[in-house]
Write a protein that binds this ligand. Structure first.
Ligand code: FES
Ligand code: FES
Length: 179
């Protein structure tokens, strides 16, 4: 790390945070220093997904984002998504989708990102949000390493969560149970 610093300012969970930091300080280290301890550090090589945050609404791996790139942008962590996070955590508990819990912070950030993107895409098209396919779920969870579940129970938790939020998704669950 060089000795140079730069003044940065980001919107973190709805609040402006300014600091003088090394430009190559990772966003992961920065948000943890700001008290966002939901963002976990494991591999630091973009292989586990535990450090997932939203940067301008997109899920990113914060271990791979230097503060020079985050400067001026909006960052969201689980601390800023507590109501949605609690709802999905309940769905995980009801589907037995949390075992050791190691992967949960990154998983939840990715699932909430998926829900938001499906909702916004449907709104732009003037349609009802539809239940994602298994393949679509897997594409959102691809960067989130889970050593315990095999993702089957996590997919069930996602379906339960989507059904709790959107009528068309609830109907899809009912139709699936009747097949
Ligand atoms: S700590 Fe960032 S992907 Fe593992
Ligand atoms: S529940 Fe243990 S790693 Fe995912």
């Amino acid at each position: 790390m060089s000795g140079k610093t730069m003044d940065i300012s980001i919107n973190l969970n709805g609040k402006r945070v300014a600091a003088s930091v090394s430009p190559d300080l990772s966003l992961l280290a920065f948000v943890r220093a700001q008290g966002c301890k939901s963002v976990k550090c494991a591999c630091e090589t973009t292989n586990c997904g535990l450090c997932t945050v939203w940067l301008d609404g997109q899920a990113v791996l914060s271990c791979a984002v230097p503060m020079a790139r985050a400067n001026g942008h909006a960052v969201m962590t689980l601390e800023g998504l507590q109501a949605e996070s609690a709802d999905f955590a309940r769905c995980m508990a009801e589907e037995g989708a949390e075992q050791c819990g190691f992967c949960s912070p990154g998983l939840i950030m990715n699932v909430l990102s998926m829900e938001r993107e499906i909702r916004e895409r449907a709104a732009a098209a003037g349609e009802e949000p539809q239940m994602p396919s298994d393949e679509e779920m897997d594409s959102y969870l691809a960067g989130n390493l889970c050593r315990c579940t095999g993702y089957t129970s996590q997919r069930r938790a996602i379906r339960r969560y989507m059904a709790s939020r959107f009528a068309a998704c609830a109907q899809a669950v009912v139709a699936g149970q009747e097949e």
